[in-house]
Ligand binder design. Structure first.
Ligand SMILES: Nc1ncnc2c1ncn2[C@@H]1O[C@H](COP(=O)(O)OP(=O)(O)OP(=O)(O)O)[C@@H](O)[C@H]1O
Length: 485
């Protein structure tokens, strides 16, 4: 039935086009800098990281990163910042709740919330839930980093909103990918476990519907393409009857042009009385513009992210001649330090697997994480590493933010982080080695430099963060022990 769906076709095209976009072409990779570089001794060499098709430096797909985060999260992420609230009507009282009881939920729903192990609302939920459940309905734009309780909040709002006696779709939630929509649906199912009258449908590829026959499910969660088809082509949802519309992961959504447009087309069919709830982990200008198109007269809730800092990190660079040289220097350094756990970053899958094979040969217990693995496989490798089953994690760029780094005391840039233009990628550098202020434990970062070009990258990083990165003399054992103790 879905073979002829244009939305599915659009999804496939989008998937293909994003692959193309992520694979650097020769043109993109070499705009202002030659990948033929000189090593520290002045010899010419080819930079491995520039090899077409093997680059992983920029391959972090936002939807995959978000899904990975959901899989590996163990608890709520909290913040030392205050939740900021901007009310549409600043004169109306601002309600905030400290308990779920104060929300006067149906008992079966409250039971579902407690059954999930939630004792009290998270910081963002304290402010967002009363707004989402208010009468008359209020629109909301909420931004807070992944893991702060947004999904749980709007799932609760949707479950509380619907009238099970009305056998039609009343609330609609759209998410950027099939997997993310599934994850949201699972939260709704779990939370609504004791509300058997409330029914949920998944508007995702592969779901079967009968053209022209209205769905009876009260809540529909899906991806924009399928939902748009369900409204317009298959006519199984009556958009005019939707009274709550949730758009989740807006920042990931707008990363795909098609999804943004589809979301706007769905939104246009809703009535002006429909309650609009809009969620995003980040809030750059483009997200904000999108939010304003979707949500009229919004209340705005924001929780600032706990920023990463380099304050508690001792950074060094070491000079190396070749990858073999990097490897032996790495082994020497590692041997002279007391390291809890180490993360080592490479540019390419080939380099990462070469390194992990060699470290394993040397007797280290090594985990290897790279982009060809599925999100589930990555999640399970990260779990093992976090449980201390391996002491060294060799990785490309796929997950630098996915791991709580407080347990990692050594980060090695086996290859320096550079962007597609060959310049220092300062954000990636910070994500790899930075820590949040709360996890103030000390750590070391070692940057391996094997060319003049590499030295230039180090200087750019020094300038950007206004922090000197000293050289570590790898021949001077005493010095190493002094610096790395
Ligand atoms: N009030 C709460 N008490 C305890 N745990 C909670 C609470 N609310 C949510 N959680 C749990 O915290 C984790 C993060 O919540 P949730 O997925 O809702 O956050 P999020 O901001 O939507 O992040 P993401 O967009 O990555 O899913 C989940 O494991 C969820 O079950």
């Amino acid at each position: 039935m879905f073979k002829d769906s244009w939305a599915l076709e659009a999804d496939i095209q989008e998937a293909n086009s994003s692959c193309v976009q992520f694979e650097p072409t020769t043109k993109m990779g070499r705009t202002n800098r030659s990948w033929i570089t000189k090593d520290v001794n002045g010899n010419l060499k080819t930079d491995m990281s520039g090899q077409r098709g093997k680059w992983e430096g920029d391959k972090v797909d936002p939807a995959e990163a978000s899904l990975l985060n959901k899989f590996i999260r163990r608890a709520l992420v909290s913040s030392r910042h205050e939740v900021e609230v901007l009310q549409r009507d600043p004169t109306s009282p601002l309600f905030s709740v400290k308990t779920f009881e104060e929300l006067r939920l149906k008992p079966e729903l409250l039971k579902g919330v407690y059954n999930m192990g939630f004792n009290r609302p998270s910081m963002i939920q304290e402010k967002a839930l009363p707004m989402m459940l208010a009468q008359p309905p209020q629109n909301l734009i909420a931004q807070s980093q992944s893991g702060t309780g947004k999904t749980a909040a709007f799932s609760l709002a949707m479950l509380s909103h619907v009238n099970p006696a009305h056998k039609w779709t009343q609330t609609l939630c759209i998410a950027p990918t099939y997997e993310l929509a599934l994850q949201i649906g699972q939260v709704i199912e779990q939370m609504g476990k004791f509300c058997p009258d409330i029914k949920l449908a998944y508007g995702i590829r592969g779901s079967k519907v009968e053209r022209g026959r209205l769905l009876q499910e009260h809540i529909v969660v899906g991806t924009p393409g399928t939902i748009l088809d369900w409204c317009n082509k298959f006519k199984v949802i009556e958009a005019k009857k939707i009274t709550m519309f949730v758009l989740d992961e807006a920042d990931v959504m707008i990363a795909t042009q098609g999804h943004r447009d589809q979301s706007i087309r769905i939104h246009r069919q809703l009535t002006k009385d429909c309650q609009m709830l809009f969620f995003s982990a980040t809030f750059e200008e483009a997200v904000w513009r999108f939010a304003k198109m979707i949500v009229p007269e919004p209340n705005i809730i924001r929780l600032r992210r706990e920023e990463e800092t380099l304050d508690t990190i001792k950074q060094f660079y070491v000079l190396c001649k070749s990858k073999e040289d990097k490897f032996s220097i790495l082994c020497n350094l590692y041997g002279s330090m007391t390291v809890a756990q180490a993360m080592i970053f490479c540019h390419t899958r080939e380099m990462a697997s070469w390194l992990s094979a060699n470290l394993t040969k040397e007797g280290h217990s090594v985990a290897l994480l790279s982009g060809e693995l599925t999100v589930m496989q990555r999640a399970s490798i990260i779990e093992r590493f976090r449980d201390g089953k391996e002491k060294v994690l060799v990785t490309t760029n796929v997950c630098s933010r996915g791991i709580d780094v407080e347990q990692v005391s050594l980060v090695v840039n086996f290859d320096l982080p550079v962007d597609m233009g060959g310049n220092a990628d300062n954000d990636t550098y910070l994500h790899r080695i930075g820590r949040t202020g709360r996890f103030g434990r000390r750590g070391f970062a070692i940057n391996m430099v094997d060319s003049e070009y590499g030295m230039d990258v180090i200087r750019q990083i020094e300038m950007h963060f206004d922090r000197r990165i000293p050289k570590l003399d790898t021949l001077n054992v005493e010095e190493i022990e002094k610096q790395l103790s």
